[in-house]
Structure formats: structure tokens, C-alpha cells
Design a protein around this ligand. Structure first.
Ligand code: SF4
Length: 261
């Protein structure tokens, strides 16, 4: 990079600028790149380092098998990815400064031998955690709105479902048993492809919250939706008739027809 700067170029094209460098050098290089931008230059950087990209870029384009699947502001790359592939990439990458699961991208990449000029389905479908029937019928186009119709501040995803879909939304839920307050204005979301653990000591409200989400008891206030429908609309007794603790997660997912819309 130093040699490239000697010629004072108007645009810098950097290919893996921080491969094999230590953390201190990485931080220094981020400063140098930002200085170049402050001096009125443009920078195009190719990197697989997800922690470095947001330090010195405004926008990220996430590529998969010859296509861009997501374009988003760099500051959202690690905390608010919108495409299932971007989220899986972030989950593949260990970072010292944050705790996160390392689920990675499931399955294997498509064979380079299968490259073709035309496609009839989503290229990410075999590895996607939320694919549905329509994903195999037509190649998706760019979508700049969330599944609920609201517009993102910038960027787009290439996804028939508008990016990562929220499966369960719990908003300001409260519950009391007579005079005993068990839950007070609890909110959470569970996205498709995620595993959410409710953690707390005995009596903290975990089981009550789970039963409320399953629809077996009613909240005193607040709102619970399952795939944007009221939770009581999906007949939870089908899911829970054998008891939460004895029903495998895969069975619960099957019975709630995750992939059957
Ligand atoms: S189009 Fe379907 S398979 Fe492709 S990323 Fe979106 S949900 Fe997944």
C-alpha cells in the first residue's frame, strides 16, 4: 500500500490490505485509509476481514458466488445484517471484542462448475435458513424494504422474503398471577434461523414467557405475533400437546410450518 501511495493516485484499489497483519498494524492501516478519503480520494477495498471493513468504509457490498446479495451501510454490517448470508458470514468470524455464537454458514458453497449465465432460483437457497417454495422458482431481485414494508435507510438485499424474517415478536408483555407480578413489559424478537435462549433463575418468568409465546396462557397486556399474526391464530395446542420439554425443536418447527407458507 505504501508503494501505491507514492504515486499519489486519485483512487486506491486495495486487495486484502490487512491479510496477515497484526492488530496494531491493522488499526494503523485503517487510519491511513481514512486519511486518504479525507484528502478527497476514493478507495475500493476487497477484504474478507469483517471487523476491518467497517473501520474504514462507508458502504459494504456482500458478494456470494459471483453476485451481490446485500448492500448496506458499513456500520450495520456486524450488528444489523439484513440478508441470511451476511448474518451467517458474521457468525463465521470470531472477534475478540464481542461475544457471539459461531454458527457459520451451513452447507457447502455451489460448485464453480455450475456457474451459468441464467438462474431460475436463489443462489443461496440450499444454504438458507428461511427458504420457502418460491425461492426455488425464480431468481430474486433487489429489495430495499423490510418484510414489514418499512424502508431501510440505505442499501438493499437480494431476497424474495425481503431479508431476515422475524418469526416471533413479543412487545411489552406483562403477566400476573393474582397479586404476583411475573413479567413486566417484556419485549423480544426471534428471527427465522435463530436459536434464542431464555436465561434466568427459577421464578424469573422464563416458563411463563414461553407459555405466553406458545399461546397456552394469555398476557395481561402487550402483544405477541407469530409471523405477523396474533399468536392465538396458529393453534398452539398442536405444538404443545405432548409438553414443551418432550417435543424436539425440529418437530416444533415442522408443526408450525416454518417452510410451508
Ligand atoms: S430468496 Fe429465499 S433462499 Fe434466497 S436468501 Fe431469500 S429467503 Fe433465502
Amino acid at each position: 500500500m505504501v508503494m501505491a501511495l507514492i504515486t499519489d493516485p486519485g483512487i486506491l484499489v486495495l486487495d486484502e490490505p490487512v491479510a496477515s497483519v497484526d492488530a496494531i498494524t491493522k488499526s494503523y492501516l485503517a487510519e491511513v485509509i481514512n486519511e486518504q478519503v479525507d484528502a478527497g480520494k476514493a478507495v475500493l477495498m476487497a477484504t474478507h476481514d469483517l471487523s476491518f471493513a467497517p473501520l474504514c468504509s462507508d458502504r459494504c457490498e456482500v458478494l456470494y458466488f459471483e453476485s451481490i446479495l446485500e448492500s448496506l451501510p458499513s456500520h450495520e454490517l456486524l450488528d444489523a445484517p439484513r440478508h441470511p448470508y451476511t448474518r451467517a458470514l458474521v457468525r463465521s468470524f470470531p472477534m475478540m471484542e464481542r461475544v457471539k455464537d459461531l454458527a457459520g454458514v451451513r452447507g457447502v458453497p455451489p460448485s464453480t462448475l455450475s456457474r451459468s449465465s441464467g438462474r431460475s432460483s436463489c443462489i443461496f437457497r440450499p444454504r438458507c435458513t428461511q427458504s420457502i417454495g418460491v425461492c426455488s422458482q425464480k431468481e430474486p431481485g433487489q429489495v430495499s424494504r423490510r418484510a414489514d414494508g418499512t424502508r431501510w435507510d440505505g442499501g438493499y438485499v437480494v431476497c424474495r422474503r425481503g431479508g431476515i424474517v422475524t418469526m416471533i415478536s413479543v412487545k411489552d408483555i406483562s403477566k400476573s398471577y393474582k397479586d404476583l407480578r411475573v413479567l413486566s413489559e417484556v419485549s423480544l424478537t426471534l428471527d427465522e434461523g435463530e436459536i434464542l435462549a431464555l436465561v434466568g433463575e427459577t421464578g424469573s418468568g422464563k416458563t411463563t414467557l414461553a407459555y405466553l409465546i406458545a399461546g397456552t396462557i394469555k398476557p395481561d397486556g402487550g402483544e405477541i405475533t407469530f409471523r405477523e399474526r396474533g399468536v392465538f391464530g396458529y393453534r398452539p395446542e398442536r405444538v404443545c400437546k405432548n409438553g414443551w420439554d418432550r417435543l424436539p425443536v425440529s418437530k416444533i418447527l415442522d408443526q408450525s410450518q416454518v417452510h410451508g407458507v
